[in-house]
Structures are given as structure tokens and as C-alpha cells.
Design a binder for this molecule. Structure first.
Ligand SMILES: [Zn+2]
Ligand SMILES: [Zn+2]
Ligand SMILES: [Zn+2]
Length: 105
């Protein structure tokens, strides 16, 4: 089984109390389905089921390898480099997120 070798790039171990949504979608007037946070810099982007896939775009553009889901009840992380999912118990906190603009209209 593949193991992630990038956990030394995790800088965010405390999740923000609240986020407004996907950073780029908010700037562009776009919509997102689910939110992911970059564990290197804290960038909030949208998932691959969202039209613009900003979380993946952020990872590719910055080489920040690991995201964590911000969806309620979801604690999984994903490494884009190793393409492996994992749980990282060191990440603390729970983030309040707004409802998806794709679902609420
Ligand atoms: Zn990795
Ligand atoms: Zn987005
Ligand atoms: Zn980042």
C-alpha cells in the first residue's frame, strides 16, 4: 500500500473556526459543491465535483501536496502526489462552512 511521504509539509494543524467558501469561487462568482483545505498554507478550494476544481488546481499550481475535507463529519485527507487517502489525527478543530451554493438554489 502506498504511504504518503509528504506529511512534513503540513503546516496547518488547527483548522479555522469558520470559512466563507472556496477562495477562487468567491472571487469569481463561481459555485462549489464541497470544500477542501490545503494543509500547507490553509487555502480553501472546491472539490473535483465542483465546476472549477480549485482545490486540485491549487495543489498542482503550488505543489502543496495534502488537502483535508472541510465537510461536516469528514476527516479524511488526500495527498495529490501519492494519490493516497489517509487520516491525520494531529489535525485539530472543526470548521463551520456555508451550504454549497450548488445545492441551495
Ligand atoms: Zn504524499
Ligand atoms: Zn472553487
Ligand atoms: Zn496551499
Amino acid at each position: 500500500m502506498t504511504r504518503c511521504s509528504h506529511t512534513d509539509q503540513i503546516e496547518i494543524t488547527e483548522l479555522p473556526a469558520e470559512v466563507a467558501g472556496c477562495a477562487e469561487c468567491l472571487a469569481d462568482g463561481g459555485v462549489w459543491l464541497h470544500l477542501r483545505i490545503c494543509l500547507t498554507c490553509g487555502h480553501v478550494g472546491c472539490c473535483d465535483d465542483s465546476p472549477a476544481k480549485h482545490a486540485t488546481a491549487h495543489a498542482r499550481g503550488t505543489e502543496h501536496p495534502i488537502i483535508r475535507s472541510l465537510e461536516p463529519g469528514e476527516e479524511w485527507c488526500w495527498c495529490f502526489e501519492d494519490e493516497v487517502g489517509m487520516l491525520i489525527p494531529q489535525i485539530k478543530g472543526r470548521t463551520k462552512i456555508p451550504p454549497s451554493p450548488m445545492l441551495s438554489r
